[in-house]
Write a protein that binds this ligand. Structure first.
Ligand code: NAP
Length: 454
């Protein structure tokens, strides 16, 4: 592995990389099948990824003809790694076993370890003999969508294919590792002005936000739309806010601290609701929602934005869905991709049908949507949400900060990259787009944290 890392860092050619041996084992963050019951009967908050995520050697899988091996320079924590590491809502070994039943190559994914991670940037070091568009030496980012092109539904929209899976969550050999083996159809070119970790943190969240808001399958935001964004400084919320601003919409972002509100204002999102300070209690007890709180929330949005939101960008789930459906304007759209606070949702259907609202379920993004998303990053129209970077050996700690909602934006992980700031191929382009713009999120959060600590 050292030879591969040295060759990449010293600017070795594709031929150099193709000539190096792929090791039989590699360092990877993984959970263990033997530990999938370790948190049984514990409260979710007590299930600690630091005890279930291990970093150690795992066996390199055989390469399928349509796959590539990528030397991973950096990766990211996504919330799905938190789900895997706490074995909720079910153990992801169930997903690996299900995937393994699909065929010979898929059977490699049934292992007693699960290598996690659904984002990465790196360098192609091997290609299978059916790979056409990629070669050793190519610098890439990896999208989380795994689908077979032999499923006709995948040609209408990859996300509709029955065998669509999330890489490193529903499949094995994920990105939080020094190597990964992925389908060639998951690759996109790395934006040349970004460092490895800046390039690695985007695609899963940014692609999801793109599909939810902009793509033909989502809410199809238009100029002037008012968009309520839950978790405006979180992974998907931070990209959503940027996309709304970039597309001529008006974001109303919800966050849970004055620091997060301040950062959003600095970044151009003027309308912000601090849900903690305003103390919304949408549930009066475990079984009952309080419509007067929905009304108070709706009134607050109107007081800021002048009218009800055309679109609600929903993902907290049980705690907020009732309020989201209520708050959307007549004929408006609630688009949802998750349920962090609980997936059994309740809303008052009268508010939906009488006011002709729509709910759209959305998941990930197809490769066309991912390519559009990377194009926005590549042109500097949206920026990486990277705010913090950990070494792969500290992946458990990194996942814990995301689980506890202590992280802002995206948390990057250095895999083969020895330090932050490496991998920038086009410094002139970086200068053109502007260091200040590219690092705006990390600098704003760092400055706000400093001010709070003073
Ligand atoms: P994240 O970085 O942890 O951010 C989530 C944000 O949501 C937090 O910053 C928090 O903001 C807010 N939040 C959390 N609990 C809340 C609650 N009970 N009520 C209101 N707001 C709450 O996570 P993420 O990466 O954005 O992901 C969010 C969810 O989407 C996760 O469940 C993830 O698994 C899911 N997801 C799904 C897909 C997909 O394709 N289906 C893709 C990406 C993510 P404040 O505390 O500041 O309000």
């Amino acid at each position: 592995m050292d030879q591969i890392k040295d060759a990449i860092e010293s600017g070795g050619t594709g031929d150099d990389l193709a000539g190096l041996a792929i090791p039989d084992t590699y360092r990877a963050a993984h959970t263990l099948r033997s530990e999938q019951e370790m948190f049984a009967d514990m409260a979710s908050a007590d299930k600690d990824p630091r005890t279930s995520l291990h970093v150690g050697q795992v066996a390199t899988p055989e390469l399928a003809p349509d796959e590539v091996v990528v030397a991973v320079m950096a990766s990211a924590i996504n919330y799905n790694t938190v789900w895997t590491s706490v074995f909720e809502p079910l153990s992801t070994f169930f997903f690996l076993d299900r995937f393994a039943r699909e065929g010979h190559w898929e059977s490699r994914h049934r292992q007693d370890f699960h290598v996690v991670g659904s984002d990465a940037s790196g360098v192609v070091v091997r290609v299978g003999n059916a790979v056409r568009n990629w070669k050793p030496g190519d610098r890439v980012v990896i999208a989380p969508v795994v689908t077979h092109d032999q499923d006709p539904d995948a040609h209408e929209d990859q996300m509709l294919a029955a065998n669509q899976r999330a890489w490193g969550f529903e499949t094995n050999f994920g990105g939080l590792a020094d190597l990964t083996t992925v389908r060639a159809s998951q690759l996109l070119r790395k934006p040349t002005h970004l460092s490895w970790e800046e390039a690695a943190v985007n695609l899963l969240c940014a692609g999801t936000s793109y599909r939810m808001l902009v793509g033909a399958h989502g809410a199809r935001m238009k100029q002037g739309d008012i968009v309520l964004v839950w978790g405006g400084t979180g992974g998907i919320g931070g990209y959503a806010v940027q996309m709304v601003l970039n597309g001529g919409g008006i974001p109303v972002a919800v966050v849970s601290s004055p620091e997060r509100a301040e950062v959003l204002r600095e970044l151009g999102c003027e309308l912000v609701i601090d849900r903690k300070a305003e103390d919304y209690r949408f549930w009066s007890d475990e079984h009952t929602q309080d419509e007067s709180e929905w009304r108070r929330f709706g009134k607050r949005i109107r007081s800021l934005a002048g009218s009800d939101p055309d679109i609600v960008f929903e993902h907290p789930g049980r705690e907020t869905m009732g309020a989201s459906v209520f708050a959307a304007k007549r004929g408006g759209t609630v688009v949802t991709c998750a349920a962090t606070s609980g997936y059994s949702l309740e809303y008052d259907n009268r508010h939906l049908w009488m006011k002709l609202k729509r709910i759209i379920g959305s998941h990930g993004a197809n490769m066309a949507e991912n390519a559009e998303t990377i194009r926005l990053l590549d042109r500097g129209a949206i920026q990486p949400l990277l705010t913090e970077t950990f070494a792969l050996d500290n992946v458990g700690e990194a996942a814990r900060t995301v689980q506890q909602n202590r992280s802002d934006g995206k948390v990057g992980i250095l895999c083969l990259a020895s330090s932050e700031g490496q991998g920038i191929e086009d410094p002139e382009k970086r200068e053109r787009i502007g260091e200040d713009r590219i690092t705006s999120w990390s600098r704003s959060f760092a400055a706000t944290k400093e001010a709070v600590n003073d």
